[in-house]
Write a protein of this length. Structure first.
Length: 149
C-alpha cells in the first residue's frame, strides 16, 4: 500500500520514549512531520535527527510538531534523545503497526542479502490530517530544508 498526497493519514496510537501513548488524531489543527528512520544512533539517522534538532525553532514557528518513528525500544529512544539533545519525541514502533500503516516496513538488500527494514521516508501531514507531502529521497543532512521548501 502506497500513501499519496491528499489521502487522509492513517491514525494510530503508539508509545513514545517516555512510555506515554499518543494518537496522531490528537494533533489535528497542527502540521505534523512524521519521519521514519531505520535505527537510533546510526550515522544517517543521527544526521537527520540533528538537522531537525538544529532547525527546530524554525519548524515550530512554521507550525510543525515533529515525531520520529523507528522500531527501536522506548529505552533506546531515551538514550538517543539524551545523547543528541533532541527536543522532539520518538515513537517506539516495536510491533511495526505504524510502519505497516504507512508502508515503510519494506524488503531491503545489503551485500546481496535481503532483509526487512525501515524505508527512510517522511510524511508531512496538514492540519486536517491529510498527507501534504511524502519525502522518499531524504537528505539526512538537509532534511529541514526539504520539509520547509
Amino acid at each position: 500500500m502506497t500513501l499519496e498526497v491528499g489521502q487522509l493519514a492513517p491514525d494510530f496510537e503508539a508509545k513514545i520514549e517516555t512510555g506515554a501513548s499518543i494518537k496522531l488524531s490528537d494533533y489535528r489543527g497542527k502540521k505534523v512531520i512524521l519521519y521514519f528512520y531505520p535505527k537510533d544512533a546510526t550515522p544517517g539517522c543521527t544526521a537527520q535527527a540533528c538537522n531537525l534538532r538544529d532547525n527546530y525553532e524554525q519548524l515550530l514557528n512554521a507550525g510543525y510538531v515533529v515525531f520520529g518513528v523507528s522500531s527501536d525500544t522506548e529505552k533506546s529512544h531515551q538514550k538517543f534523545i539524551e545523547k543528541q539533545n533532541l527536543p522532539f519525541s520518538l515513537i517506539a514502533d516495536t510491533e511495526l503497526t505504524v510502519h505497516q500503516a504507512y508502508g515503510t516496513w519494506v524488503e531491503k538488500s545489503m551485500y546481496g542479502r535481503a532483509y526487512m527494514g525501515t524505508a527512510r521516508t517522511t510524511f508531512v501531514i496538514d492540519e486536517v490530517g491529510k498527507i501534504a507531502e511524502v519525502i522518499q529521497k531524504v537528505d539526512t543532512k538537509n532534511h529541514t530544508a526539504q520539509v520547509l521548501k
